[in-house]
Design a protein around this ligand. Structure first.
Ligand code: NAI
Length: 243
């Protein structure tokens, strides 16, 4: 059986890094291409720990040409591509009245346009294989939009809608497309939160704790496994019970 080839974007921190590690620990059969933007130094230690099974690949997800290059490199080298995890994302919170057009454009380009580019880049290969898994990391903000996130919530809601529509388009081709909607997950993205905001965020969570990146990674691993074959077009929240 050929190895299973996976591509995870935004692998150099937080949830992305946990997803890469989870797949590498799951099976020797998995070969993970770890997409990074800028900080290769943060992917390299995992690549060194799993020699020959974790391949760092430079990929600015907001640049369409970068997708074509990265996917060609993977397919030329591995001959297939089984799983794409669109994990990279940014948020730049501000009230709409004070939000710059640049901030709107950056957040939409990185969170939403990037998923479009990524899906278009991998689909020809997955269609020719008649198999594939696409897992899009959206956010609880897509389902429960908070104040100050008009750009981010709109982008992530767009990711959920794209997921549902594409799932229908690919359902008869052996390709599933799902989204996950994490609530508050303990990563660098949360570290910038002032202490009083952290406390009020914790108070909203029925489980009274933030999620762990490894818990999100376990859900992603499940969506990529054979047992999840009948799941497509879903948006699964993982939020400690907020919604
Ligand atoms: P993070 O800030 O630690 O990681 C984001 C990753 O995206 C980084 O690796 C960063 O380098 C990468 N990235 C940013 N712009 C990029 C670009 N143009 N090209 C390629 N990579 C780029 O944040 P975290 O928490 O690990 O976020 C991962 C995903 O989970 C994001 O899509 C985020 O929106 C989503 N999420 C996170 C939540 C949280 O509470 N941490 C909650 C809900 C969703």
């Amino acid at each position: 059986m050929p190895p299973r080839i996976l591509l995870v974007t935004g692998s150099n921190s937080g949830i992305g890094s946990a997803i890469v590690r989870n797949f590498l620990e799951e099976s020797d059969h998995n070969i993970v291409w770890a997409g990074f933007h800028h900080r290769q130094d943060r992917v390299q230690p995992i690549a060194d720990e799993f020699p020959g099974r974790c391949c760092p690949v430079s990929l600015d997800v907001s640049v369409r040409a970068a997708w074509q290059q990265a996917v060609s490199r993977i397919v030329d080298s591995a001959g297939r591509l089984d799983v794409l995890v669109n994990n990279a994302g940014v948020h730049e919170d501000a009230l709409l009245g004070a939000m710059s057009l640049d901030s709107w454009d950056r957040v939409l380009a990185t969170n939403l346009d990037a998923v479009f580019h990524g899906c278009q880049a991998v689909l020809p290969q997955m269609i020719s294989q008649r198999s594939g898994r696409i897992i899009n990391v959206a956010s609880l903000s897509a389902l429960l939009a908070p104040v100050g996130q008009t750009n981010y919530a709109a982008a992530k809601a767009g990711v959920v809608a794209l997921t549902q529509s594409l799932a229908k388009e690919t359902a008869r081709m052996g390709i599933t497309v799902n989204a996950i909607c994490p609530g508050y997950i303990e990563t660098e993205a949360l570290e910038s939160m002032p202490p009083e905001k952290r406390q009020s965020a914790l108070a909203q969570i029925p489980m009274r704790r933030f999620g762990r990146p490894s818990e999100v990674a376990s859900l992603v691993r499940f969506l990529a496994c054979p047992d999840a074959a009948y799941l497509t077009g879903s948006a699964i929240k993982i939020d400690g019970g907020i919604l």
